[in-house]
Design a protein around this ligand. Structure first.
Ligand code: BMA
Length: 314
């Protein structure tokens, strides 16, 4: 069956671009990958379930951003010593990558019997990684770090969860990427809307003339389980705590068979996008927590959706 192409994102006709069949070690899924440009190539860090139900992060390389070759060994597996081994015991998931100067910082979910926290690691060559710190307590997920500083401080978006204010997007600041604070909520799910149950940061935000574009995920509960879709928010260039506009409409929903049916049905979930010099952006998403897909959109069209048909962030 052909991909549907009636949305603002043009799905790549070769989707899915990566599946478990492309991985040279035993895994059951390939999804929720971060993709970043490095030395003129595209590097994908992808999540895979092993047959014990826990996750590791693999790595694949591409010349064109569409055709990826998986390396023989995974890139991040749960640590075996020190504090990281305690908090990664149940696996590592959903990496996001951000280039700052000549270093690549990776945030990932670290699962253990104590809940889910976020680990921060870095690499300069995508061969070796150095774990830096666990940068949240438990029940935080989906941290994306902005690639630039604001008034001398790093900024991140994340998604803490509490009963009173469930699954919303917050911002925090740091002088050194390790110690974070000055946190505040910037965006909430909207009642009786496609993202009414949960929202969370998706791809590392990228800069446009009108603001930082934040491609996020939103969840809607149905009688038949939850549906994960992608949406857009535009953050002020100088003050990312200020949201300039949130597209009222989603930009992608599960439609292709490998997005509708899989390990978890009805999921499109992004951890990465690559803006290109021709005014387009490649958006990568996991389909049904099972395979990796890509599509392209015009950045101006996405910005326009945030500015012309905006819902209130809070
Ligand atoms: C979320 C996370 C994602 C996953 C999604 C759909 O809560 O676990 O990693 O893609 O659910 O299962």
């Amino acid at each position: 069956m052909e991909s549907l192409n009636n949305s603002i994102i043009k799905r790549y006709e070769g989707n899915p671009i990566l599946t478990k069949r492309d991985v040279p070690y035993p895994v059951e899924t390939v999804h929720n990958a971060s993709v970043i440009q490095y030395n003129g190539q595209y590097i994908m860090l992808f999540r895979s379930h092993k047959r014990n139900g826990r996750c590791i992060i693999g790595i694949a390389d591409s010349e064109d951003g569409f055709n990826f070759k998986v390396r023989p060994e995974p890139f991040i597996v749960p640590a075996t010593e020190g504090v990281f081994s305690v908090y990664e015991a149940y696996g590592v998931e959903d990496p996001r990558c951000c280039k700052i100067d000549n270093e690549y910082f990776i945030t990932y979910s670290a699962y253990s019997k104590y809940g889910v926290r976020i680990g921060l690691a870095k690499t300069t060559d995508f061969e070796k990684i150095e774990r830096i710190s666990l940068i949240t307590e438990s029940d935080h997920r989906n941290i994306v770090i902005f690639p630039e500083k604001f008034k001398g401080r790093f900024a991140r978006l994340d998604r803490p969860h509490s009963e009173i204010s469930p699954w919303s997007i917050w911002i925090s600041y740091s002088p050194d990427l390790i110690h974070w604070g000055d946190s505040r909520l910037v965006m909430k799910p909207e009642l009786y809307h496609w993202d009414e149950m949960k929202i969370g940061p998706g791809a590392t935000p990228f800069k446009t003339k009108e603001g930082w574009l934040n491609i996020y995920h939103g969840v809607f509960p149905t009688m038949n389980g939850s549906v994960y879709r992608l949406g857009l928010a535009l953050h002020d260039l100088e003050d990312p705590a200020k949201i300039v506009g949130v597209s009222d409409d989603w930009i992608l929903q599960p439609e292709d068979p490998w997005e509708v049916t899989g390990y978890v049905n009805n999921v499109v979930f992004t951890c990465g996008a690559v803006p290109e010099s021709d005014g387009t952006v490649k958006i990568y998403w996991g389909g049904a927590d099972t395979v990796m897909c890509v599509g392209t959109a015009r950045i101006d069209d996405l910005v326009g959706m945030c500015l012309k048909n905006s819902r209130a962030p809070l």
